[in-house]
Write a protein that binds this ligand. Sequence first.
Ligand code: SAH
Length: 375
Amino acid sequence: MEERCTQNGTGTLESVPTPLPSITDVSDEALARWLAGHGEPPYRARQIRHGVARSAAADWGGLTDLPLALRSTLAASFRWSSVELETEVASADGETRKALLRLHDGHHVETVLMPHHGKRDSVCISSQVGCPMACAFCATGEMGWIRDLTAGEIVDQVRFWQRELRSGDARVSHVDYMGMGEPLRNYGPVMASVRMLMDAETFGISPRRITISTCGIVPKMDALAAEGLPIDLAVSLHAADDATRARIMPVDRKWGVDALLAACARYVERTKRRLSVEYILLAGVNDSAEHAERLGRKIAAHGRTSLYHVNLIPVNRGPGAFERPSPQRMERFAAILERHGIATTTRISKGQDIAAGCGQLKVAEGRAAALASCG
Ligand code: SAH
């Protein structure tokens, strides 16, 4: 096995084994070659992929469809999962759970399970360790970008919850790319993970139940539209004028509101999917009647209003000391949008007592235990 040198806590060099590749990061070609090299028939590939996606087992030993000897050889060549549970916390709401997962290089990501009264089980997954976008209100943005996740690391967050749910016989039904990171800044691995999740023979999650949320990377929104997949897109707008938006979202200096809404219109036109506009309400920043009127007018100017749905999100506790507007102000904002013919919901994030709400995911790198005291 290959070894590399690293520095241990005492400052001396020691060698640690390079980790085995995780099975979800092994390409079909590489798996086919591996099987051939081990004298296994090609159909084993499908059995392995199916077992990896569907089994509630904690390791290779649980894939009882496969011969024992093959399970041991697989275990010696590939890791069963690229994520390991570090800590898990449950919200007092009795449903929402947040897990801190450790990656092979010691970095961590957070992922959230949001069951909805036994009807659906949504998971919110991370696409990067940290995030480069630096939105003023977002805890992940405060960390900065540390690294991109691989497709396997993204998919393995879904497998993690699948395993946890299986004990109660439930399955992950919806996947939201709304955890840590900007998914369209890690486009290739994110798309590879989407294709794995929607593969009918393995995870079988309908693309209509997969949502990618972006702060507005316009060229990648067009690339996503060109994929021709009916994935839902959520766009974090948060202000309909560039003066306000650039103050809270640095990305606006690159792609302003008009360029972003034009890309939204192209996405909707191409995919025929309804698009969610996410709008965090920040008291005194973007919550006036004028802001609401402008949002209504801008959306109307960029296509049919019936194709947009605005989610108003009272800001969660995070950086920047932003406050939520009063309920009356939030109601007035929603009423103005509705007068413009735009469907609106006001969404209070779940799991805020465990800092699992939107924009609250932040890992104290290297101090994972700190998670337990979050919220
Ligand atoms: N980078 C992607 C996805 C991650 S954030 C994006 O920007 O869309 C998921 C959602 O949470 C986004 O709409 C984001 O703007 C929102 N969010 C971030 N910080 C928040 C906060 N403090 N309160 C409420 N929502 C927040």
